[in-house]
Design a protein around this ligand. Structure first.
Ligand code: ADP
Ligand code: ASP
Ligand code: MG
Length: 421
């Protein structure tokens, strides 16, 4: 039987018709090598951002259902154009959306999780020798409602298909040629990694390295999907292989650095120090499906026996969170809710931290010497995160990259935009 390969192409890789033709070349290459090919594509260029903006120009609070109806249209365009490009080159291809395939998700708009994928339609098309072009990012509930998986979610579609169909590999093609020690657009001296463990990649992705969606890494790890990040524009380049940590030799304490610029810091000020307060605050947020990241509770006032509870979350969730918290003001008797959006989370990640003390102090010392104030700290077994002022981000990430000696001497040539200035 032929090998099965899943290829995924992100927005920049299908930004215009010429780029779609370039993607067709990459797909045809795999097909001509004798593989069965499933291609997952994102919406063209900044289409999804543009769709979001149009809705937000009408109202700040568009309904999540209609947002999913709107956002799912972006991928519909790119799959059809890619199938047309493949057909025009003489290859049999068919584009399919989530409804046609049966990519089922939970009933949760804008951040739905895939629950299962029907294989029948895809297998039928593959058996007929066709290249199957699938719309990333979208799903359908049991009731036939359209959902989306969360921004950057096409990665999840690709890995989920690779897992369910037992693909031989899943290649994520993007606008950089692999996973780097830091976002190469922010740190031009970042080094490309030939390989990285699922665990480290997951921590980096959760810490803001958007080269892969964290849930796609989680799914790849759980189902042993052979996952690779590679360049849409340098097809011979092998990119970066994501693999089990047990298969790797770990030389350095820190493997990579990530930055998350989309965090908000919320402080519930002067809450009376009583049992059950934190539980109330966080369960109210959890009920609205809002994930909280870093948390600090500090003694605000000894005399009045009150605490400040500070935490971070994705800034998209902050508006709803503030509303929920304010509705608890009378019950919890706090003084006010503060929000700060001018912050960034900088994280260092490395499986090599385990059993190597002193990494956190080295990080704090480097930031202190650069006069960067740390507002919050959080750690996991293989990650240390510090919250800093947004204006310090660039400096912080470059200093840490030097401190942990992550450069290999090469310089990344930036094409396209910079994520921060
Ligand atoms: P796509 O549209 O292909 O899904 P994304 O913009 O989601 O592409 O992801 C690719 C981008 O991720 C790169 O252009 C780069 O700026 C950013 N990035 C962040 N951290 C890293 C990293 N550690 N290695 C490589 N790229 C990174
Ligand atoms: N088009 C969607 C987005 O921009 C999904 C993706 O690109 O992965 O978030
Ligand atoms: Mg992406």
């Amino acid at each position: 039987m032929n090998n099965l390969v899943v290829q995924k192409f992100g927005g920049t890789s299908v930004a215009d018709v010429d780029k779609i033709k370039n993607v067709a070349d990459a797909v045809i290459r795999e097909k001509r090598n004798g593989n069965n090919v499933i291609v997952v594509v994102s919406a063209m260029g900044h289409t999804t951002d543009y769709l979001v903006k149009m809705a937000k120009d009408i109202t700040d609070t568009p309904s999540p259902r209609e947002m999913d109806m709107l956002l799912s249209t972006g991928e519909g365009i790119s799959i059809a154009l890619l199938a047309i490009a493949l057909q025009s080159r003489g290859y049999d291809a068919v584009s399919l959306n989530a409804m046609q395939i049966g990519i089922h998700t939970e009933d949760k708009h804008m951040k739905a999780r895939i629950t299962d994928i029907e294989k029948a339609r895809i297998e039928k098309e593959l058996n007929a020798g066709k290249i199957v072009v699938v719309a990333g990012f979208q799903g359908v509930t049991q009731d036939g409602e359209i959902t989306t998986l969360g921004r950057g979610g096409s990665d999840i579609t690709a890995v989920a298909l690779a897992a369910i169909l037992n693909a031989d590999r899943c290649d994520i093609y993007t606008d950089v040629d692999g996973v780097y020690t830091a976002d190469p657009r922010i740190v031009p001296t970042a080094a490309k990694l030939d390989e990285i463990s699922y665990e480290e990649m997951l921590e980096l992705a959760q810490a803001g390295a958007n080269v892969l969606h964290p849930r796609s890494v989680e799914a790849a790890k759980a189902h042993n999907v052979v996952l690779r990040v590679r360049s849409s524009f340098k097809l011979n380049d092998k990119g970066t292989l994501i693999l089990g940590v047990d298969k790797m030799e770990i030389n350095k304490a820190v493997t990579g650095i990530a930055v998350d610029l989309s965090q908000a810091r919320i402080v519930v000020c002067s809450v009376p120090d009583r049992p059950g307060t934190a539980a109330k605050v966080f369960s109210a947020l959890a009920k609205e499906n809002i994930s909280v990241d870093m948390i600090i509770q500090s003694y605000a006032n000894k005399e009045h026996n009150t605490n400040d509870i500070a935490f971070t979350m994705n800034s998209d969730d902050a508006g709803v969170a503030i509303e929920i918290l304010r509705s608890l003001k009378d019950e919890l008797e706090f003084s006010e809710v503060e929000a700060n959006f001018d912050i960034a989370k900088v994280s260092v990640v490395g499986a090599g931290m385990i059993g190597r003390p002193g990494i956190a102090s080295k990080m704090f010392k480097a930031l202190a010497e650069a006069d960067i104030n740390i507002k919050m700290i959080a750690t996991s077994e293989i990650k240390i995160s510090c919250l800093v002022d947004k204006s310090d981000t660039q400096k912080a990430i470059r200093i840490l990259h030097d401190t942990f000696e992550l450069s290999d001497g090469s310089i990344f040539e930036v094409t396209g935009g910079l994520p921060i200035s």
